[in-house]
Design a protein around this ligand. Structure first.
Ligand SMILES: Cc1cc2nc3c(=O)[nH]c(=O)nc-3n(C[C@H](O)[C@H](O)[C@H](O)COP(=O)(O)OP(=O)(O)OC[C@H]3O[C@@H](n4cnc5c(N)ncnc54)[C@H](O)[C@@H]3O)c2cc1C
Length: 324
């Protein structure tokens, strides 16, 4: 049996693919080579043929499986494709969208799902993938295997693998398909709304994030964060405490039940550092924390720790940045 690997391309900005989806192609290229199978990038949401083929090829895919229109029920579309082609494994990035449709796709295919993994490796003897998954708020790492059913399906957190293009790569071969629709008599999907933050910035691809927690004190309290983010060309994130209080929309939430992010710079303002928040941002390059409490847990993880009131620290920082 041929052991083909599929990587799902989530939509990114400007009609492209999400950077973390492209980054996942690199370890999967090595896996496909070891297994003697092909590596296919799967774009359930459609997109430009030439652009898609060039970018999928540049990041190591042999083939691009491209929907001829956006799959309104990605779970049904993926299950129907997999039924026809029998891939050995399907990988995707952990994102709000994949968290929603992949468990449903797995249920349709009667296979298991390893969600939010921090890595994966081939167990050649057992002939399956071993997924590594943080559990209990990240305090233990467990191995997850799907020994019998195929395809094996899992999501990997963004920021674990870096994007690596292949010099002088050829465009991927393109196969088009018409996405299957769901067959539920009770549910009809008319339109998919992308999970972009209110300011239109894709948090999971942002290089700089200024995130606020309960310490911002209210909706207006996010203003100095937005000003700093604008000065730095970054995005605004939030803890669940801020989201639950209705100070900012859920699309900004970072953590276990929000986005997993890995920006180059993460500035945590008025965030205490609960494990459920840390889970979503510890992959960041440099972490700066601003908190009035010198004993806040976030300071154990920050590269730069500012003990102070965010309403004094942030405007001063923004002024300084704009002056240069
Ligand atoms: C199943 C589950 C899932 C969860 N998922 C998530 C998730 O995805 N994301 C998430 O964030 N949380 C999540 N949580 C909630 C999490 O446990 C914490 O409750 C939450 O992260 C705390 O948010 P916070 O740090 O903003 O608030 P707090 O813990 O209340 O901290 C506020 C901080 O602000 C500081 N502060 C106050 N005023 C100022 C000021 N003027 N200047 C500077 N600092 C100031 C305080 O010293 C304090 O450290 C989850 C919880 C559960 C049980």
């Amino acid at each position: 049996m041929k052991k083909d690997i599929w990587v799902l391309m989530e939509p990114g900005q400007a009609d492209g693919y999400r950077e973390s989806s492209l980054a996942l192609l690199h370890p999967c290229r090595a896996l496909a080579d070891t297994l003697g199978g092909t590596l296919t990038a799967v774009a359930l949401f459609g997109g430009d043929v030439a652009k898609g083929a060039a970018i999928a090829g540049a990041y190591g895919a042999d083939r691009l499986l491209l929907a001829d229109r956006e799959a309104l029920d990605p779970a049904a579309a993926l299950a129907s494709l997999a039924e026809k082609e029998h891939p050995w494994a399907i990988l995707a990035v952990s994102a709000c969208e994949t968290r929603e449709y992949l468990p449903r796709a797995c249920a349709r295919m009667g296979t298991g799902f390893a969600a939010d993994c921090s890595g994966f490796a081939l167990d050649a003897k057992a002939d399956c993938l071993v997924w590594t998954r943080p559990a209990f708020g990240g305090s233990v790492l467990c191995d997850v295997v799907c020994p019998v059913r195929r395809p094996q399906i899992g999501t990997v957190r963004s920021g674990i693998y870096q994007q690596r293009s292949i010099p002088r790569a050829l465009p991927a071969a393109v196969s088009r398909f018409t996405p299957a629709q769901g067959d539920s008599p009770r549910v009809r999907v008319f339109r998919l709304l992308r999970n972009l933050a209110e300011d239109g910035i894709d948090l999971e691809n942002a290089d700089i994030i200024v995130a606020g927690g309960k310490g911002v004190g209210g909706t207006q309290g996010f203003r100095p964060l937005r000003e700093l983010a604008a000065a730095l060309g970054g995005a605004v994130g939030a803890s669940r405490s801020a989201v639950d209080r209705g100070w900012i929309s859920g699309s900004h939430q970072i953590g276990q039940t929000g986005h997993t992010v890995a920006p180059k710079l993460y500035i945590a303002c008025g965030i205490s550092g609960a494990i459920q928040h840390l889970t979503g941002m510890l992959g960041s390059g440099t972490i700066v924390a601003v908190n009035v409490d010198p004993n806040a847990a976030i300071f154990q993880y920050s590269d730069y720790s500012v003990v102070g009131d965010l309403f004094e620290v942030l405007p001063a920082l923004t002024r300084e940045i704009l002056r240069h």
